[in-house]
Ligand binder design. Sequence first.
Ligand code: C5P
Length: 218
Amino acid sequence: SRSPVIAIDGPSGSGKSSTSRGVAARLGLRYLDTGAMYRAMTWWLLRQGVDVHDAAAVAARVDGPEILSGTDPLGPTIMVDGIDVGLAIRSDEVNAAVSPVSAVPEVRARLVELQREAIGDGGIVVEGRDIGSVVAPDADVKVYLTADAAARAERRAAEAGARDVEATRDSLLARDRIDSSRAASPLVMAEGAVHIDGTAYTLDEVIDLVVSLVEARE
Ligand code: C5P
């Protein structure tokens, strides 16, 4: 059988990254973090002084940055014009600007093209918001991973070393609202996706569950 494509979508902080990386490492697959690509584009636009709330200005610049994703699940990387932006794309400034940037159709068109190139012939776990619905609708396994808001905020705050869980929760709920209500490829549960609510499970249990879905297909 051909190399599998595994799509993992869901809202911010649902555990998509840890789950996707764990599944890829266990199965010897590559890993693509599409959120990092939207963040990289946003980081570059901010640095260029583009007003991220001006959709026309954003659309006019989408071909500017060269964005390169390293797909090793044990050490994924993201480069913009040769600069490693792995840390910079997690800043509060990028958090606040990434959802409006991601709502611009020209941004999505450019990044979806790069994502499909990276997917190639498969052998990859891809995480995002629209992977099962738009980027790879024929993925072999599609997972829609959620967790309740308190659990998601705690996870994100812990990752970021942030002391203010309330502020973290407000920021991720604000992003979810924009991501779910935008016209272009909103966050939805894709046709054929399996919904996993990870709230009550450990990371290893969720990884086991996804791995068993992949193995059941073979
Ligand atoms: O997954 P992460 O939280 O890093 O994604 C950051 C933002 O990138 C999301 O809030 C969303 O606006 C955007 N995104 C998207 N489509 C994807 C992945 C991320 O619009 N496939």
